[in-house]
Design a protein around this ligand. Sequence first.
Ligand SMILES: Cc1cc2nc3c(=O)[nH]c(=O)nc-3n(C[C@H](O)[C@H](O)[C@H](O)COP(=O)(O)OP(=O)(O)OC[C@H]3O[C@@H](n4cnc5c(N)ncnc54)[C@H](O)[C@@H]3O)c2cc1C
Ligand code: FES
Length: 512
Amino acid sequence: MTGTTGTFTSPPQSYWLASTTSTAHPALDSDITVDIAIVGGGLVGITVAYLLKQENLTVAVLEADRIGQGTTGRTTAKITSQHSLIYSKLIKRLGLEKARQYAQANEKAIRFIENLVNTKKIDCDFSPQAAYVYTREDQYIKAIEEEVSAAASLGIKAHFVEQSALPFEIKAAERFDNQGQFHPRKYLLTLAKDIPGGGSQIFEKTRAIDFQEGRPFTIITDGGYRVRAESVVIASHFPAYGGDGYYFARVYPERAYALAITAQEQFPGGIYIAAEPEGQSLRSTPYNGGELIIIVGGRHRTGQGPPMEDHYRSLARFAEQTFSVTGTPYRWSAQDYTSLDELPYAGRLSPNSANVYVATGFRKWGISNGTASALLLKDLIVHGESPYEAVYDPARFKADPMIKSAVSVDVDIAVPPAHGKFERLPTGTEPAPGKAMVVAGEKGNLGLYKDEKGIVHAVNLVCTHMGCEPVWNGAELSWDCPCHGSRFTYEGDIVEGPALKPLDSKGDRYNP
Ligand SMILES: Cc1cc2nc3c(=O)[nH]c(=O)nc-3n(C[C@H](O)[C@H](O)[C@H](O)COP(=O)(O)OP(=O)(O)OC[C@H]3O[C@@H](n4cnc5c(N)ncnc54)[C@H](O)[C@@H]3O)c2cc1C
Ligand code: FES
């Protein structure tokens, strides 16, 4: 795809998606009743459905598109309880007990995945790996030392090291042994095979668009059908239904970019993340008898920051400075949500929703945290309790002074983004091929994109979630909402996020 820094000749494509076949589960075409309805077929939805079916409950997974094609199909898929520098912060904020709960829930999730892979013989390129948080800067050495002590105090065997096998000098690193990596879609698609049958089903191309609390809980789909269930799990990444949980003010979306390169050198093994926020995450994966090296970075709040295509270019520069790059067959980007205190929300949707459960806010650690959440939700639904419910409890802010931060995050997400916005141009102007612009329409701003065939696609730039103005994402050719991360194609269709309706589209009949 590229050999020269920043010259990409084909559109982004996730290796995980490109190397697996798409699923073809039917769309829902009648009203149904099940024990548990699950909204969303990503890692969380499929894992929880798999676990609940094992408990002899009937489940229906409702997936808006195809399973495993959301963030789970675009992740880095490192499986670790080492979530950058987290434990020293957690101990200070929440105390030893809750920090230990978090560490144990994630360690248990790793072992759950490993055991399942081994017992079911899942062919998903799983391999045990040592995980590292590394720094190339003196100022992070102390933080890494503190993190090693913090993790050790929670029972994790953490090591302080001053060297790594990476092909660049580091100042220090924290190492956790016995962590892992896998191919996330090969894993998820294998679990999904066990779900249909015995009254349980997966429905694709079936978006949940309306929700009526009660017993049974009723979900209405975009096809107009009703799913009645004793309990509901909202596993749609951003909660498609939030009840009175105010999730839009309690999580924010952040994107990051991945390059999958081939190189002359062999990757030394291990899974890595920089302590510096602007640093890179690295791993490798088997590919055509050799390997791909996956480099991830360029994190930013969705819909904010410099032109998004710059992130691919700067990763390509890093790749070429670090490895003898022979090709970049794949590149992709994705987003994940972060909560106010950096811990996921997994549990009862709100104190008033007795039979509705949610899991979100994984801060780019949702392979382990998402699996931990699925295990927790299964325990809550089946046994009424989980050893980890306190630390993941979505209602924890009710009693937490950090509610103040909730306000500041909400204010922050309401501020219009400084970049990515276009000057409002008079009607009659149109973009160059492959470019986008914003013009003043009769009822507000219109977003225009001119495709390579010269057709101009126009959409009303009013997000159908809560009315913010989406901005152009030149890396993925999408309109991205800076408020809560809804993303739309240039034709207005939903890509991801909380929006339940497409952007109002002027179609390709727009005539400037
Ligand atoms: C760049 C990047 C790298 C990452 N790397 C790692 C890593 O190395 N290790 C790690 O642990 N974590 C990592 N993560 C995080 C992890 O990948 C995610 O947290 C996890 O995949 C989220 O899974 P999910 O099931 O919640 O969401 P998704 O996989 O997004 O699934 C949600 C599904 O819900 C569907 N949906 C949405 N709305 C509706 C609706 N109304 N009706 C029906 N269906 C709906 C969507 O179509 C989607 O398929 C990374 C994240 C990013 C962005
Ligand atoms: S995603 Fe909430 S307003 Fe756009």
